[in-house]
Ligand binder design. Structure first.
Ligand code: AMP
Ligand code: ZN
Length: 136
């Protein structure tokens, strides 16, 4: 099957992976709303939460773990957690994924979920979140 996120989970397409386990993979979003915007995906191909028979529950520990790690490592004050299901909801990649979006005091509020400020380079964010200064 030709699926971008299955390919990332399989290691066939590079991504800034910050954590993974048997059921999930977490990697930095390539077009971050805010610095550290992360996607948590199921290893199993599921189209969305509307086509889900338990993957959301299985990947939820990783969502929580990643949310805490982003807050601790990047100095965020909170997170937004979101999953788009269906094109009408803005879903563009049809493989279950949860957006974990760190939020910073400088841009508070739900209307400021997408930053208008310049983003830090994704390599710099990956190095901070993973604790590996050589992380590319
Ligand atoms: P959605 O619009 O909810 O389907 O979210 C898909 C997300 O995947 C968007 O925020 C994209 O920026 C992100 N994305 C697309 N391609 C990649 C990629 N190769 N690596 C990381 N994130 C990606
Ligand atoms: Zn897939």
């Amino acid at each position: 099957m030709d699926c971008l996120f299955c390919s990332i989970a399989a290691g066939d397409i590079p991504a800034k992976i910050i954590d993974s386990d048997d059921v999930s993979v977490a990697f930095l979003d390539i077009e971050p709303f805010q610095d550290g915007h992360t996607l948590v995906i199921s290893r199993k191909h599921v189209t969305s939460v509307l086509d889900d028979d338990g993957e959301l529950a299985r990947i939820s520990p990783m969502v929580t773990k990643v949310a805490r790690r982003l807050v601790d490592s990047l100095g965020a004050s909170g997170v937004n957690i979101m999953s788009n299901a269906g094109e009408v909801a803005g879903q563009s990649v049809h493989h279950l994924h949860i957006h974990v979006i760190p939020r910073y005091d400088r841009e508070p509020g739900i209307s400021a979920i997408r930053s208008t400020m310049p983003r830090r380079p994704i390599e710099e964010v990956a190095a901070i979140v993973t604790g590996d200064p050589h992380r590319k």
